[in-house]
Design a protein around this ligand. Sequence first.
Ligand SMILES: Cc1cc2nc3c(=O)[nH]c(=O)nc-3n(C[C@H](O)[C@H](O)[C@H](O)COP(=O)(O)O)c2cc1C
Length: 213
Amino acid sequence: MKTGILLLLVFLAVAVHALPAGSEIIPLPKPQRRGGMPLMEALDKRQSIRSYSARALDMQDISNILWAAYGINRGDGRRTAPSARNWQPFDIYLIMADGWYLYEAGEHALIKLGDEDLREHAGGQDFVRTAPLNLIYVSDYERISAVSPGNRELHSATDVGFISQNVYLYCASEGLGTVVRGAIDREKLHEVLRLRPSQRVLLGQTVGYPEGR
Ligand SMILES: Cc1cc2nc3c(=O)[nH]c(=O)nc-3n(C[C@H](O)[C@H](O)[C@H](O)COP(=O)(O)O)c2cc1C
């Protein structure tokens, strides 16, 4: 992509998401939207894994994981996961050893928000600090403001389950390990990810190669 377009994207992303100046856009490789394991076999293998090898994920893995999770799969901007009235309230933050990022589904890109290793804040379980990737699912209540506060919680809790299950199935298909996690310090994550008041941290999900692979 041309430098001018990238700079414009950074400018727009900073303006729309109120991101820190200096945020960097990193285009992801195109997701591999064909192939993988037959669905019934992936369902057969779906499980939670809590022991990970130090092996890094490459950019193609990350691209595929994010597209499976919540990528755009149709020309009208709809996604791989359903959402109540197509509000699409979620943002996915990525916490990795070399920094923390936001998934920009429209461009299928990462926005690098900082260089710090925030894995110590991504959850209390030991494997969270060493696994290569922790996804943090964040709902923006401003995008679901047309319903009552109770329904905002209901829709967010429901929508995040679809996203998380997409990641489970992709990981099962590719021999990756994953576990969705509710045992997280949501207030701390809200602070360190510098979220807006309208945003709520719902769940974390660790992804990596299982121990021994
Ligand atoms: C909403 C939710 C929160 C969860 N929180 C955690 C967690 O904090 N830590 C963890 O190790 N597993 C967590 N899990 C994973 C469950 O423990 C796991 O899905 C369950 O034991 C069944 O195992 P399976 O996924 O291998 O079928 C969570 C699952 C869900 C759906």
